[in-house]
Design a binder for this molecule. Structure first.
Ligand code: PLP
Length: 396
């Protein structure tokens, strides 16, 4: 029997993180005490504007850029949309070209934006392959470059399988060809260096709720002299790049969160990596016909993702939830029928195995005792789900 556990074990930090109490504390005065519209001239307004300036400088310090290169947005999705559409539009308008290169494992915030540009607005894209470990082939990117290529967009780390991409190398290639380079760093921001000059990026997207800030705030780094048509039209906020009255408490919050991430990065990465490896080795050793997905070492410190022959993800997630463990699958169910994720499909994972994907993503509050509990519960869950699948349980 699968035993329910006393404490809830949250292993879905790649989907969202709790807001850090220090972040909440930093935000609170900007709801009730300093609430002026930062565009005004009176002292309340100036206090809000000052808070935004301070936040922008804090973010710039972490990224190693100037404050003027930081744009605050409403979420990671919006940052990706502004980067891709903004550059693609500006360059097409200037007659520089209409071709975009990207990978098949991007988040839909990137891939659906590029698809729409191609389907409705006359752009073209080349989607280069990834290998079985979910890493983009840089030689294929080089081969795909055309005279009319204006933008390359490749994510820093994948959200489902955690594989890290060779961002600095892709950026160097793009720069040598005069092509703008965007990376979706939404998953990487909590763990990897964000020094934009080392990464050779022109645009980099971050989301608040993946780094212990609230949902509903994001950042886009835009390298100086990168031309960008705003995707929203309105006032001249954010130096004409993102109109809309600034969300001061959330901007203060994401800056504080990024500072905390940078201060704790080395220690937390070491700690979470040790937990991740214990989890990965424990699962692979105790569950027959289980496989790790993603790169074995070049992966996010908090990502442990698997496929289990003979299972579907939903019953695994339900049994885990009943046992107090919250996790995620890698499959989508938009049509009533589960579909393997585009990420696993691009990595060459067969259809049936793709339906069994499980992602366990560790976070700051995860303890070794939590991992021990998962390693006790998960083998029983997988066995139970397999027993209910005649195609698997009756195999010779
Ligand atoms: N990009 C990646 C890689 C993500 O994992 C996510 C969210 O899951 C996003 C973009 C979208 O971020 P947001 O939820 O802030 O819109």
């Amino acid at each position: 029997m699968i035993m329910p556990i006393k404490r809830s074990i949250y292993l879905d930090h790649a989907a969202s993180t709790p807001t850090d109490p220090q972040v909440v504390e930093a935000m609170l005065p900007y709801f009730t005490e300093t609430y002026g519209n930062a565009s005004g001239v009176h002292s309340q307004a100036r206090a809000s504007a000052q808070a935004i300036d301070d936040a922008r400088q804090k973010v710039a310090n972490v990224l190693g850029c100037t404050a003027g290169e930081i744009v605050f947005t409403g979420c990671g999705t919006e940052s990706d949309n502004l980067a891709i559409r903004g550059v693609a539009w500006a360059k097409k308008q200037a007659g520089e070209g209409n071709h975009i290169i990207t990978s098949p494992i991007e988040h839909h915030a990137v891939s659906h934006t590029i698809d729409q540009l191609c389907d409705k607005f006359g752009f073209e894209q080349t989607v280069v392959p990834v290998d079985h470990e979910g890493v983009v082939d840089i030689k294929a990117i080089e081969a795909a470059i055309r005279p009319e290529t204006t933008l390359i967009s490749v994510m820093y780390a994948n959200n489902e399988v955690g594989s890290l991409q060779p961002i600095a190398d892709i950026g160097a290639l793009a720069r040598s060809r005069g092509i703008t380079f965007h990376t979706d760093a939404v998953q990487a921001a909590g763990y990897e260096s964000l020094r934009v000059d080392d990464l050779n990026v022109d645009l980099l997207a971050i989301s608040g709720h993946k780094i212990y800030a609230p949902k509903g705030v994001g950042i886009l780094y835009v390298r100086r002299n990168t031309r960008l048509l705003p995707t929203l039209t309105g006032g001249g906020h954010e130096e004409n790049r993102r109109p809309g009255t600034e969300n001061v408490p959330y901007i203060v919050g994401i800056a504080k969160a990024l500072e905390l991430v940078a201060a704790r990065r080395d220690e937390e990465n070491r700690r979470q990596m040790a937990l991740r490896d214990k989890l990965i080795n424990g699962v692979l050793n105790s569950i027959p016909n289980s496989q790790l997905t993603g790169h074995p070492t070049q992966r996010l410190p908090n990502n442990a993702s698997f496929i289990f022959d003979g299972c579907e993800a939903d019953p695994i997630l339900m049994h885990l939830d009943l046992a107090g463990i919250q996790a995620a699958s890698g499959s989508a169910c938009t049509t009533g029928m589960p579909e393997p994720s585009h990420v696993l499909t691009a990595m060459g994972v067969p259809y049936d195995l793709g339906l069994s994907a499980l992602r366990l993503s560790i976070g700051r509050q995860t303890t070794e005792a939590d991992i021990d509990t998962v390693l006790t519960v998960l083998p029983d869950v997988i066995q139970k789900v397999r027993q209910l699948n005649p195609a698997y349980s009756m195999r010779p």
